[in-house]
Ligand binder design. Sequence first.
Ligand SMILES: *[C@@H]1O[C@H](CO)[C@@H](O)[C@H](O)[C@H]1NC(C)=O
Ligand SMILES: *[C@@H]1O[C@H](CO)[C@@H](O)[C@H](O)[C@H]1NC(C)=O
Ligand SMILES: *[C@@H]1O[C@H](CO)[C@@H](O)[C@H](O)[C@H]1NC(C)=O
Length: 476
Amino acid sequence: YWMFNMKLLLLTAAVLLLVVGEGAAERVLSRRTKRELASPLHVGGIRDPFGSYCQRRGGCCPGRDDLCTVPYLDTICYCDLFCNRTVSDCCPDFWGHCLGVQPPFIGTCERNGNKFFTGQTYKENCNLCTCGTTGRWECEQNACLMEPDIIQAVNRGNYGWRAANYSQFYGMSLDEGIRFRLGTQRPSRTIMNMNEIQMNMDPQSDRLPLYFNSAEKWPGKIHEPLDQGNCAASWAFSTAAVASDRISIQSMGHMTPQLSPQNLISCDTRNQGGCAGGRIDGAWWYLRRRGVVTEECYPYRPPQQTPAEVGRCMMQSRSIGRGKRQATQRCPNTHNYQNDIYQSTPPYRLSSNVSQTKNTPTHASIMEVHEDFFVYKNGIYKHTDASFTKPPQYRNHGTHSVRITGWGEERNFDGTSKKYWIAANSWGKNWGENGYFRIARGENECEIETFVIGAWGRITMEDMHNHHHHHRRRHI
Ligand SMILES: *[C@@H]1O[C@H](CO)[C@@H](O)[C@H](O)[C@H]1NC(C)=O
Ligand SMILES: *[C@@H]1O[C@H](CO)[C@@H](O)[C@H](O)[C@H]1NC(C)=O
Ligand SMILES: *[C@@H]1O[C@H](CO)[C@@H](O)[C@H](O)[C@H]1NC(C)=O
């Protein structure tokens, strides 16, 4: 008992020292009593309500007596009258045996044939349920990211796509999904009004193929979908992925860097929110003016504790003339020495028609993500009314950005056809169609055709030559 309290005291003292400094800590400690520092036994309900403790001890103690204790499970409980003041450390039979009254914790709730007591909790999907004093479970009423009803409704309906229950999303609320899994802010009005590139297409010589998939046209040069985790930085993921693809295609595979989203998240902080959302036009500006290194050099660190943490910027670059830049710091990954900076040309915006011309590489596109998108498994996505039978908190949406990698057309049995885009998301490869999804094309579904942007890598013949040697030298 003494050792136990001593440990707690030392621990508390250490924490206080860290927080308020030495002198203040002593003052605070002297005002606290040992008992107030004891672990609260009953916060989660009495775990052994039928055991006899004070009775087995042979009675109760008047007033305060810090030695009037009995071993209780893996700790101790008290049988002095003082315990009643804090309630939290009385033995389970204290009220019945010492006071002759009902304990303040009397509710019992049932779940799967097991008994639970007042204050005990369990988590049902994204909602915490607490055993109330009346013996009934009281559950939070949040809409969850994975709602079995919505998954079922989508799979029973004829929507053209199917839904799945993803374990990585299970237990999150819809609001958390929108807060932590998206992360693109709408560009400003001036950017949104940026002129779209129009090409004069000769309808004869430039007929659109019915199907185009950049991953098939440029094997090995289109980067696989990544997982942003609980970091709302799709702005950085979509931009880095498109720029990576472009450099690989443009250099004809001499350079196939996977550019670092973390470099953007931690260093492109001007008017950007890191893991709390950002803008893709800002990300392209950074890629053009400052440039970023590869993922191997500056690896992604998804936030563990607070989802909004960004991390200190660990990469800087300086100008070496003609707009080109060079890193002035080593890679944050100390096992990697390739800190080459990759830059892009100014971004251009294109009308959704142009992106359908032949031989088009990948683009970044903004879209609105609705509640049912999180459960997408395969097929051609369209926002459904599957949540419309539920209260309004089950419907919500947020802005996201993704990488468009191709398009196609699916023939239906009745002779009609459905046009779609192929796009890469940043929710890992076990989501959707290997990390990709298809979405209705030509009707601005979820506003995916509103803002499509791309930029070329800034690569010279010299770069390609250098990189060629770089790689060769490493093999010699
Ligand atoms: C002790 O517990 C009883 C029963 O819960 C309660 O009625 C009484 O007010 C408590 N006394 C103090 C001093 O908290
Ligand atoms: C969904 O997945 C979670 C965790 O993987 C599981 O606990 C839950 O029972 C599943 N729900 C349905 C309806 O399959
Ligand atoms: C796209 O092309 C279609 C058909 O060629 C045309 O009707 C439509 O106006 C075009 N949209 C834009 C934004 O240029």
